[in-house]
Design a protein around this ligand. Sequence first.
Ligand code: ADP
Length: 235
Amino acid sequence: METILEIRNLTCGFQNQPVLTNVNLSLYPGQLSGLVGPSGSGKTTLIKAILGLVPPWAGEIWFRGKRLKPGTAPPKVGYVPQVETVDWNFPVTALEVVMMGRYRKQQFLPWSSRRDRIMAKALLERVGVAHIAHRPIGELSGGQQQRVFIARALVGEPEIVLLDEPTSSSDLRVQHELLHLLAELNQQGLTILLSTHDLNSVATHLPWVVCFNHSIIAQGEPSDVFTPAILKETF
Ligand code: ADP
């Protein structure tokens, strides 16, 4: 089967300090996988490297059989940042946040066509938060913000979505609702990679996990991979 995304021998870091060393990872269309590792293990850096935001020192990233130029994002990728790292100090509604996903390069409002607005509304509906479309994003709960960002990632009609710690700031119920939503989107054909340091409530509910600590330690179904030896090496 053809991979959707392939990372080959990727090494990169900051100020001469390597963060990723020799990472090899293949993701296949339709997978729902978790990148599981402790804080500081380089999960965000790996996601940013896939997006072309952290330049590689060595190695290659391939999308659907084509090598990406270093520093460029794959064409059909959606990204959901870690919600608590986003600081909204100006009033933008949930709907406007979603519409921003239509315009990669455009920076200023207003920009929306009727079609964009309709599409953004439909996506808020799809992720279950249509009722908060006109509320300022900063006033929403973490779980609601998360869904708005997922809608924003979907608005570009991606084939794969990368989510950085989507469950880290939420309580158990919200985490499980989010995992349920992601499983539903996955069943509709979306390939998903999410990072998490939460071994108990998140990772065990995913069909495929990749144990990660600066490089790939093991991957497979949680019941096969979460052995004492592998967990000790990862955490
Ligand atoms: P995780 O997402 O697993 O918590 P990160 O990728 O955020 O890990 O961080 C891995 C390491 O890279 C940490 O030691 C962090 O301090 C370092 N790092 C991340 N971003 C930068 C940056 N922009 N400049 C310097 N060091 C960074």
